[in-house]
Design a protein around this ligand. Structure first.
Ligand code: NAP
Length: 279
């Protein structure tokens, strides 16, 4: 990547708020996007303690921070503290992106669902339209995936979750396409998504035994650390088509870049920057 000039008095500041944020790949993705687009913008990681999300949103206005990515635990506080909310944020109650608009008001967006769908197209030329989807998990990421799949024309959405109450609440997001299910439904669906942290980092556990998967399955693990979880490796061994969480990460970031700058995101350069860092 070409070295970037140092920030100046007119550099536009953006960043990510969360706790923790030190591990985030977002600064690499967004700074690569700004550099590739020849924009005098910068993106920094801003650790914000639990309970201080709303104050951080107010600080965004005071400091003139043009855009913020929002990660846990502030996605709900950010949605509430913003002045305006996109349709997805109204439905999900959670935001992963804030935009300080020219009128001084802050709009909350959620780009996770669009990132998931765009990631499928980019990584494997696949769409969920007309296909049955099983989502393992019912937290923030699962809820965004469920809403996106319902809107993109999935034929059925089966939610499998540890706690039944949260699972039932997530099913409602899919309207009449949704039902609460169990792992027993895996052989009958076409697309399987792990939207839990099971298998993340050094956790050796798997959402369920990948032996239930077969070559007709498209399997997506939202985890990208490790790059290929043990479960995804198992799915590959069963002959399934597998996709890790990176395409979603990349494309939800790309959608944020577009919301902030009004430009198409240079996703090839963004991906290259991350691969250079982790290879
Ligand atoms: P979250 O809101 O905390 O939800 C976690 C979900 O996982 C809940 O449904 C929870 O079940 C379930 N769960 C947690 N531990 C479990 C276990 N040991 N066994 C079974 N189920 C378990 O988290 P989130 O924000 O949705 O994130 C979920 C995963 O998606 C994380 O790995 C995160 O890194 C990843 N993610 C990736 C992207 C991307 O761009 N690739 C974006 C967002 C998130 P209960 O309801 O029973 O507690």
């Amino acid at each position: 990547m070409t070295p970037r000039p140092a920030p100046t008095g007119v550099t536009v500041v953006t960043g990510v708020i969360g706790d923790p944020v030190y591990h985030s790949l977002s600064p690499i993705l967004h700074n690569a996007a700004f550099a590739a687009s020849d924009l005098d913008w910068t993106y920094v990681a801003l650790p914000v303690a639990v309970g201080s999300g709303a104050e951080a949103v107010e600080a965004m206005r005071t400091l003139g921070i043009r855009g913020l990515s929002v990660t846990m635990p502030h996605k709900y506080a950010a949605a509430e503290a913003a002045d305006r909310r996109s349709t997805d944020v109204e439905v999900l109650g959670a935001a992963n992106c804030l935009v300080l608009d020219h009128d001084g008001l802050i709009t909350a967006h959620n780009t996770d669902g669009a990132g998931f769908l765009d990631g499928l197209v980019a990584a494997a030329g696949q769409s969920v339209a007309g296909r049955s989807v099983l989502v393992f998990g019912a937290g923030g990421a699962a809820r965004a995936v469920i809403v996106a799949c319902a809107r993109a024309g999935a034929s059925e959405i089966v939610v499998v979750n540890r706690s039944e109450e949260r699972g039932r609440a997530a099913v409602l997001l899919a309207g009449e396409l949704g039902r609460l299910g169990s792992i027993a439904a895996v052989p009958d669906v076409e697309i399987v998504v792990n939207a839990t942290p099971v298998g993340m980092g050094t956790d050796p556990s798997v959402p369920f035994d990948p032996v239930l998967l077969n070559p007709s399955h498209l399997v997506i693990d939202l985890i990208y650390d490790p790059w290929e979880s043990g479960w995804l490796m198992g799915a590959r061994e069963q002959g399934a088509t597998v996709i890790n969480g990176f395409p979603m990460l990349l494309h939800q970031a790309g959608a944020q870049f577009s919301l902030w700058t009004g430009r198409d995101a240079p996703t090839d350069e963004m991906e290259r920057a991350v691969r250079q860092r982790i290879d």
